[in-house]
Design a protein around this ligand. Structure first.
Ligand code: HEC
Length: 137
């Protein structure tokens, strides 16, 4: 059995542990930079939309008056000061984004499809707005 110098063994353990710490710090930094970069590229993914978000503003304008016919003619939605009595109250319904996109594309009962009159990004903006406006914040 070779003699082991206890001090040397101790030192080796120390170094290995130090290296481990350094490695996990580097990993943490890489992760932090990744999250930061993601926030720059996709702000919506990291923080909730704000009232002054251009997409929310576009959706609101379409909802209130620019869609044809405007959603506000038929739906109630407090944030849009809309009290249309024909369709469901959207504050109560709290539809998901996919639900709004589907009904805008296909229509439902009395509600017309908006597939011909609004383009994809306009429909996305309305859906984002309805979800934003009907959730607590
Ligand atoms: C002419 C009236 C009218 C207009 C304009 C209208 N809707 Fe509707 N909407 C309705 C009615 C009625 C329903 C319920 C249909 C049913 O359940 O048969 C409905 C249903 C919905 C639903 C619920 C869908 C579901 O899955 O149950 C959403 C969300 C919605 N409308 C959003 C909108 C948005 C956003 C706009 C504007 C782009 C809009 N509506 C414009 C009448 C309208």
């Amino acid at each position: 059995m070779p003699e082991v110098d206890p001090r040397a063994a101790c030192e080796a353990g120390h170094l290995a542990r130090l290296r481990g710490i350094r490695r996990s710090r580097a990993a943490f930094h890489a992760l932090a930079i990744g999250v930061f970069a993601l926030g720059m590229v996709m702000p919506g993914a990291v923080r909730p939309a704000q009232a002054d978000d251009p997409q929310i503003q576009l959706g609101k304008a379409l909802f209130k008056s620019n869609a044809n016919p405007p959603c506000s003619t038929c739906h109630t939605l407090k944030d849009a000061e809309a009290s249309g009595p024909i369709g469901p109250d959207l504050d109560e319904l709290q539809p998901t984004k996919d639900q709004v996109l589907a009904v805008l594309r296909d229509g439902l009962g009395v509600m017309p499809s908006f597939a011909e009159t609004l383009n994809q990004s306009q429909r996305e903006a309305i859906a984002a707005y309805v979800v934003w406006a009907t959730r607590p914040r």
